[in-house]
Design a binder for this molecule. Structure first.
Ligand code: NCD
Length: 311
């Protein structure tokens, strides 16, 4: 890949293995900046990055902001609730105004699938767009920070057995995760959850469904747990949160079915006592906090790549 070759970062599905590897390598080179006393590099000095979050977010938004400031860019956090769109201005006019102020990158989160691609289309070559999660479609930066976390803990991807557990049906993370793991050569990918939360025919994506937690995580090296995306459920798909925890909640007892060195991940926000027990979330196998922190180096690497800045 040539630096600057990619204008927008919208989905894992459109990335080559070469691009994925170069982002992982670049993130590795940015990683040590996080433990320096001056956590800055001048790579994006003079550039402007706008965070446009139309949906709630803690980890993604803050780590994008930290990534941009560590690259020495100027950051605009646009408060959608109090922006001119509330006074009747169309979204496209608000975005064109931001672009005319010479913003270089828009980081977009939206509850509609395809929203970031729509904005990228509108902006063309003027502004780069990063998808920070669009509806049920994709969450590509989350998938790359998860690959980064797995690589740092496990080294090689090819022999790993990886289980993604929970609400697969409504999860943009699960979709991006499956594409990303397949790109780097993971062959044993399982999706685990109740039948109502696993898409029919998911085998077509090259993964194996399991409707029993113990069987699905048996001998696994990595378990990625997911939140129940209640905001996207249109009907009652589960009897209750407590019954879900009984059958699919990850407890220490159930974790013993996995390999002894298994790592437990979760994109957050976590719901303790629903998809994961506190003893596991805070336990020795958990990499949940490490994952959130790894988001900074990955997002730095993606923003540097889009700006055409070489190492
Ligand atoms: C995920 C998201 O927003 O899709 N979280 C995140 O980005 N940290 C998963 C979720 O909300 O459950």
């Amino acid at each position: 890949m040539t630096a600057g070759e990619i204008k927008h970062f919208l989905s894992i599905n459109s990335l080559s293995i070469g691009t994925i590897n170069s982002i992982l390598d670049r993130a590795e080179s940015f990683f040590p900046i996080g433990s320096k006393s001056v956590k800055k590099t001048p790579i994006l000095r003079g550039k402007t990055i706008a965070n446009l979050f139309f949906e709630p977010s803690t980890r993604t938004k803050t780590t994008f902001e930290l990534a941009a400031t560590r690259l020495s860019a100027d950051v605009l956090n646009i408060n959608i609730e109090s922006s001119a769109t509330k006074k009747g201005e169309s979204l496209s006019d608000t975005l064109k105004t931001l672009a005319s102020l010479r913003t270089d990158i828009f980081v977009v989160r939206h509850n509609q699938s395809g929203a970031s691609a729509f904005i990228a289309n509108l902006m063309g070559e003027q502004v780069s767009v990063i998808n920070a999660g669009d509806g049920r479609h994709e969450h590509p930066t989350q998938a790359l920070l998860d690959l980064f976390t797995i690589k740092r803990n496990k080294g090689n991807f090819s022999k790993l057995k990886i289980a993604i557990v929970g609400d697969i049906l409504h999860s943009r993370v699960a979709r991006s995760e499956i594409f990303a793991l397949q790109r780097v050569g993971v062959k044993d990918i399982r999706v685990v959850g109740p039948r109502t939360l696993i898409p029919y025919n998911i085998e077509c994506m090259g993964v194996k469904p399991f409707y029993n937690l113990e069987q699905g995580i048996k001998d696994s090296d990595v378990i990625i747990t997911l939140r129940l995306q209640k905001e996207r459920m249109k009907s009652a798909l589960l009897p209750s949160a407590s019954e879900y925890f009984e059958t699919f909640g990850l407890t220490e007892a159930k974790l013993s079915c996995a390999n002894s060195g298994v790592i437990v991940m979760h994109p957050g926000p976590i719901n303790r006592g629903v998809e994961i027990d506190s003893a596991v979330a805070d336990g020795a196998n958990s990499r949940i906090l490490e994952q959130a922190g790894n988001g900074i180096a990955i997002r730095m690497a993606i923003m540097a790549m889009l700006s055409g800045e070489r190492a």
